[in-house]
Design a protein around this ligand. Structure first.
Ligand SMILES: NC(=O)c1ccc[n+]([C@@H]2O[C@H](COP(=O)([O-])OP(=O)(O)OC[C@H]3O[C@@H](n4cnc5c(N)ncnc54)[C@H](OP(=O)(O)O)[C@@H]3O)[C@@H](O)[C@H]2O)c1
Length: 256
């Protein structure tokens, strides 16, 4: 089976207007899939769609709201979606007790509710067709406590465990699910949220290529050699308290 036979004819990319989502869109389009590009800003989505040689559809929607996910389902109802990339995320930064409660709620809705709703809506069709895939973007921040980004880290732990659970549930049905657990990736989102470049920062293309290579082969991938090493060190080798304190110290230089 070709990639297109297995995961086509259309892919839906949540959070496609920039960064890792835009890189997924470019690569999936180059592999012959039509791409449904979802985010809040029409301008960058339209520019990306114009750049792609293959078919695309732009859906402007706020995925943190249920009206947004409903709008996406309505606007792609005529398309057969064979691959979903649950990538859109929000990362509120700063002390938990002074954080804007609305931003924390939005992060939980966008980072957790939206992937669940997208998966629940689109996986049954894939199960019926006995083919397809779901990639959920998680983060090394979700591997241990990450002070200063507590809610983001918690949502990314959810994303990783959610995807691994579905990996096992979907396998007998021929549907591939992957948790893509990224370390630092050079994206506009990272630029906005950090002061400096963390060691081992990779490009969005490295993430996309690692994810598409791992899809169907394993439940989770950590793109980049430095991030892979760090994942093993932090989650398997070091005591929890030590790992959390290391993250706390490291993020002092990187987070605003
Ligand atoms: N960059 C990193 O270092 C890094 C590390 C680990 C994991 N990750 C994960 O990788 C994924 C992508 O990260 P990124 O750095 O590429 O992010 P980014 O540059 O901040 O881009 C986020 C994308 O999501 C869209 N988005 C944001 N809020 C949305 C909403 N409410 N509804 C719909 N779309 C929304 C944004 O477009 P609009 O603004 O147009 O809506 C944008 O296209 C995230 O899941 C993140 O947790 C990133």
């Amino acid at each position: 089976m070709t990639f297109k036979d297995r995961y086509g004819p259309w892919a839906l990319i949540a959070g496609a207007s920039e960064g890792i989502g835009a890189a997924f869109a470019r690569e999936l389009s180059a592999r012959g899939l039509g791409v449904v590009l979802v985010a809040r800003r029409q301008g960058p989505l339209a520019s990306l769609a114009a750049e792609l040689a293959g078919p695309s559809r732009v859906v402007v929607a706020d995925l943190s709201a249920s009206s947004g996910t409903e709008k996406v389902f309505a606007e792609m109802a005529d398309l057969e979606i064979g691959l979903v990339v649950a990538n859109a995320a929000l990362s509120p930064i700063g002390p938990f007790t002074t954080a804007d409660p609305g931003a924390l709620q939005q992060a939980m809705d966008l980072n957790c509710r939206a992937p669940v709703v997208l998966a629940r809506h689109l996986l049954p069709g894939m199960v019926q067709r006995k083919r397809g895939g779901l990639i959920v973007m998680s983060s090394l921040a979700g591997q241990q406590g990450s002070p200063g980004i507590a809610v983001y880290a918690g949502t990314k732990a959810f994303d990783g465990v959610f995807a691994e659970s579905l990996w096992a549930e979907m396998r007998p049905h021929g549907v591939d699910v992957l948790a893509c657990v990224a370390g630092a990736v050079a994206t506009p989102g990272l630029e906005r949220n950090s002061k400096g470049r963390a060691p081992g920062t990779v490009t969005p293309d490295v993430v996309v290529s690692a994810a598409l290579k791992a899809l169907g082969r394993k439940p989770r991938v950590v793109p980049g050699a430095v991030s892979s090493f760090s994942a093993v060190l932090m989650s398997r080798l070091l005591p929890r308290g030590t790992a959390i304190r290391i993250i706390e110290r490291a993020s002092r230089g990187v987070l605003d």
